[in-house]
Design a binder for this molecule. Structure first.
Ligand code: HEC
Ligand SMILES: [Cu+2]
Length: 380
């Protein structure tokens, strides 16, 4: 029996029209992905590198993927219509049978391979910058996950910074993360970066903040009942900020330096070799008791009462420090003179009661010390 087999290899009458239409659609889809706002991806505007590269790669993949999709789906539809069975066809008619078209096979191997290689080069480049690159002037910072908050460690700041994480704009950062208890995950959506915080393991990511601003940090690994509080994106029960919610603040270099210095002082210990806010002998002439009283209220009253020596808060009551004859010597054993009080304010002192912070830790200038001593001398 003779097969009713179509013979001529042709593409159909509308092929080039269809191709042109698909080309236009493909260009529209490319332009669409290239211009789509970040909000379409449910993400905030990007504020770091390689976050911006990651966004570009995502857009490139979406653009090329949808252009490809337009052609594949478009031709399936076109050929299904152009070569549909017609009422005039014989009942056993079959289409053109194409085998072993080497030219075609070569191209459909080369093109996808080249495309996948291109994608891997682009991805590996970004991956390398996050995982392996060693920036020459990188700022090394640590973040620890706790149930249920993050803490941050900086070079030459004692202990852990607990409220906000600050980073300077345009400085490469090497961030080491780990956990103090269970597994957490550190995510800054505006940076497009995430790292698991695993107890006993340090994970490292590298990035450069590019835009000053406040960005939410989010824990993205379920870490216990109050996991949800480790997200600055989620409001607390009372609609206010979550207690465990922390922000990453990208500062201009000047503001960062100010913040860093303030943290150094706030976390300073007596033994620190910090540049002293005050050194040498303090000139006590011209001390203003009125200004000293104001300073005392903000810097000292948390630890000292204006009362008798025995009225202790953290340190002793200071009302009689220069006038109480039953208390001729200061806690460091020196005679109670204005100069020796100034020395304690300047250098700090650790004795039986605890630690009297030094001038750096209390951030006192020489003028502040003179004013404070004048105030203490005025108490009777
Ligand atoms: C963090 C708590 C704390 C703060 C803040 C603090 N002090 Fe003290 N201060 C102490 C302690 C504790 C002692 C006693 C140390 C010891 O002998 O163990 C002390 C001792 C002193 C003494 C010696 C008292 C004596 O009878 O010999 C003076 C004077 C003094 N502080 C002044 C000040 C002034 C002025 C300020 C504000 C600038 C201030 N302190 C801030 C904790 C503090
Ligand atoms: Cu967590």
């Amino acid at each position: 029996m003779v097969e009713h087999r179509a013979s001529a290899v042709h593409l159909g009458r509308g092929f080039w029209t269809a191709t042109a239409a698909l080309g236009v659609l493909a260009i529209i889809s490319i332009v669409f992905w290239w211009l789509a706002p970040d909000s379409l991806f449910i993400l905030p505007s990007v504020a770091a590198q390689p976050g911006a590269d990651i966004d570009s790669l995502l857009r490139f993949m979406l653009a090329s993927g949808s252009a490809l999709f337009v052609f594949v789906a478009g031709y399936i539809i076109y050929f299904a219509i152009a070569f549909r069975a017609r009422p005039t066809d014989a009942p056993d008619a079959i289409g053109v049978q194409v085998h072993d078209n080497h030219v075609l096979e070569l191209w459909w191997t080369i093109l996808p391979t080249a495309f996948v290689v291109l994608l891997s080069i682009l991805s590996v480049k970004i991956w390398y910058n996050i995982q392996l690159a060693q920036p020459a002037n990188g700022l090394v910072v640590e973040s620890l996950g706790h149930q249920w908050y993050f803490t941050f460690r900086y070079p030459q700041i004692h202990g852990e910074v607990t409220d906000e994480m600050h980073l300077p704009q345009n400085q490469p950062v090497v961030l080491n993360v780990t956990s103090a208890d269970v597994i957490h995950s550190f995510w800054v959506p505006a940076f497009r970066l995430k790292a698991d915080m695993v107890p006993g393991l340090i994970n490292t990511i590298r990035f450069t903040p590019t835009t000053p601003g406040r960005y939410p940090i989010v824990c993205t690994e379920f870490c216990g009942t109050r996991h949800g509080e480790m997200s600055a994106l989620v409001p607390g029960d009372d609609g206010k900020a979550n207690p465990g919610a922390q922000w990453l603040v990208v500062d201009t270099p000047e503001n960062y330096q100010k913040w860093y210095r303030a943290q150094q002082i706030a976390h300073a210990k007596d033994s620190d070799a910090l540049p002293q806010a005050s050194s040498g002998t303090v000139d006590l002439s011209g001390g203003d008791a009125k200004l000293g009283q104001q300073l005392f209220a903000t810097k000292c009253s948390a630890c000292h009462a204006v009362g008798p020596y025995s009225q202790r808060i953290v340190g002793p009551g200071l009302k009689g420090v220069l006038h109480d004859s039953s208390h001729p010597n200061l806690v460091d054993g020196d005679p109670a003179t204005p100069e020796n009080v100034a020395k304690i304010l300047q250098k700090g002192f650790t004795g039986d009661m605890g630690t009297m912070p030094n001038a750096t830790a209390n951030s006192l200038t020489d003028k502040d010390i003179a004013n404070l001593v004048a105030y203490l001398a005025s108490l009777k």
